[in-house]
Design a protein around this ligand. Structure first.
Ligand SMILES: [Zn+2]
Length: 369
């Protein structure tokens, strides 16, 4: 105790982060200390933080000065006396989803439904998150962070730290693909297919057996790059060229896609989402993981008559993280198709403002610690 570590902290919204010396945490109980090696960067984080309290006033940020950083990876440094599942030296991804751990939702493996559901190092979902931040104040933009042992996903040798910093977006996509159900012989429409979530959804839908992926985005160049991942199974369409629903139906002999995942971002039009939904066939299932906000008008008669399912999905469980690590280990999912752009911790402000200018969902952004 008494030792310090380096941490990037935000003192006031709208100002640059500063590198501060703060107290180094120590392990106890069922918690561990992870020596952070890298942490994924949310694209355009500065803009997100600057507008957060206006866009989503009901969702609290961690109390300032705060250590952000959503997707940390590193090496287990120290374990509390109750920890069994990991030990010092283990390479791990730290799932930042925190919850109470003991309620009905938590104990049935659905922590996102817990009243305390919180993103460590980013934001909370209601005022309960302020209690969580007292217990787990560290995001990944620091040298050592405290985390519950049951939040860790051990990394296989063929999964690099850099690749694993993408697990948050990949996991969000994977969990959505899982919620579609069995994919064998089925067609999945992905709206926003070349974005950070869309590329992940494509990789996992391919690995899990989808026969056809209908990918919709804007730019032709990234759509062609996406199609090259599996030319016989991926069809691409730029919605600059027409309506998504018409295209999806024409690409499926008039029937429409069996499933849809929407990944559109915060500034996207809800009309684009509604158009894509109309390209899903009777009995279809639609999962939203995008950041688009607003009231979506849905014809509830269509919803009933066509037996449609509309599902919201946030983040992913630690168990799903284990499954993803297993798919990378086996080669079922190849993350080498992703490229990275990185900055050292000292240049975190350059990273925050620069993390948006790559090749859509093919580029991952991260900070080396
Ligand atoms: Zn709970």
């Amino acid at each position: 105790m008494g030792k310090t570590m380096r941490a990037a902290r935000l003192h006031t919204v709208g100002t640059p982060m500063t590198i501060d010396a703060v107290e180094k945490p120590a392990a106890s109980g069922n918690d561990v200390i992870v020596e952070v090696k890298a942490c994924g960067m949310v694209p355009n984080l500065a803009n997100v933080l600057a507008n957060w309290q206006t866009w989503y006033p009901q969702m609290p940020l961690p109390p300032l000065p705060a250590i952000f950083g959503l997707d940390p990876v590193g090496v287990v440094h120290q374990v509390g006396e109750g920890v069994l599942n990991v030990g010092p030296g283990d390479r791990v991804y730290v799932n930042p989803g925190r919850s109470c751990g003991g309620c009905h939702a938590c104990s049935s493996g659905q922590p996102q439904k817990c009243d305390y559901w919180t993103f460590n190092g980013y934001f909370g979902f209601n005022e309960n998150s302020l209690e969580v931040y007292k217990r787990y104040p560290h995001g990944g933009f620091c040298e050592y962070m405290r985390a519950p042992a049951n939040a860790l996903v051990p990394l296989p040798d063929n999964l690099s730290f850099e690749q694993a910093t993408r697990f948050g977006y990949l996991g969000t996509a994977y969990s959505a693909v899982r919620k579609l159900g069995p994919l064998a012989g089925r067609t999945v429409l992905i709206n926003g297919g070349t974005g950070t979530l869309g590329v992940g959804a494509t990789l996992f839908a391919l690995a899990m057996g989808a026969s056809k992926i209908l990918s919709v985005a804007r730019g032709e160049a990234l759509l062609e790059r996406l199609k090259a991942l599996a030319p016989n199974r991926i069809e691409v369409f730029s919605n600059r060229d027409g309506g998504t629903a018409d295209w999806a139906r024409s690409a499926t002999g008039g029937a429409g896609a069996d499933f849809m995942i929407d990944t559109l971002g915060a500034v996207a039009s809800l009309e684009a989402m509604k158009d894509a939904m109309a390209g899903v066939r009777r009995g279809g299932r639609i999962v939203n993981i995008g950041g688009t906000a607003g009231d979506l008008s849905v014809d509830v008669k269509w919803w009933m008559d066509e037996q449609m399912e509309l599902i919201g999905s946030v983040w992913f469980t630690v168990a799903e993280g284990h499954e993803m690590a297993g798919m990378v280990r086996s080669g079922a999912v190849d993350l080498s198709v992703l490229e990275t752009r990185s900055w050292p911790l000292d240049e975190i402000n350059e990273g925050i403002s620069g993390a948006a200018n790559g090749n859509g969902g093919f580029t991952s952004y991260l900070i080396h610690i």
